[in-house]
Design a protein around this ligand. Sequence first.
Ligand code: 8Y7
Length: 268
Amino acid sequence: MWENLKRPKVMGIVNVTPDSFSDGGRHDSTAAAVAHGRKLISDGADLLDIGGESTRPGAAAVSVEAEIARVRPVIEGLAGADVPLSIDTMKPAVARAAIAAGATIWNDVAALTAPGAPETAAELGCDVVLMHMKGEPRTMQDDPRYDDVVGEVEAFLLARAEAAMAAGVAHDRIWLDPGIGFGKTVDHNLALLAALPRLVALGYPVLLGASRKRFIATLDPLGKDADARLGGSLAAALAGAAAGVAAVRVHDVRETVQALRVQAAIGG
Ligand code: 8Y7
């Protein structure tokens, strides 16, 4: 029946950066982030991804201490809620603190390339999302080039999965993510979205993050503002679902859950 058809899980995004919630101090931003997370759960989120460091091109670097101070109270505040929590960080020390506070997934846009990261992931015993990024956040959008974007992303992700397993991370804890928008032109992003079935066929759960990303505005100039990209975000999520991705990382949880439910019901 259509009540429990298979569809990707929906991972709701909870940003805990000082600019993401109008903020009169740390208590305010913690409370706002926890409230936002609870709202996303009531909207149907299956998972929450909590991040304290902006990966936007040009964003300021955050120290380990500052990043932990941002995310730990939010994870503690949401740990009682009944969905798995993911920590979005490139730093092993932040992942360690987040897992201790109740997170169970490490979402690493640097795919465990920081020193000691694979060993830390193995020791923590958490799930890990290995995402492809070309370059580093500050400069990654300065004329990114590939000979074969799909082949290079696939080879990178498989090599990072091998590195994780060599350090002791179990195969079934590893997720792969093509990293839409991370060192990619619109054509690179579109090639990767079209190649999702090939990434899914690698045998790891695939996470897709296309929500509100800038390529949508390239395809639809009226989507200049990030909050005017819902239609494109839903189109990408539905394409991911059709390709068999395990989860989609989104801002608009309610709308995404509804779209995925209808798509699954049509598919039977
Ligand atoms: C992704 C992500 C971001 C993504 C994974 C944004 C933290 C940029 N995008 N993590 N993070 N995949 N795994 O626009 O695509 O949300 S931040």
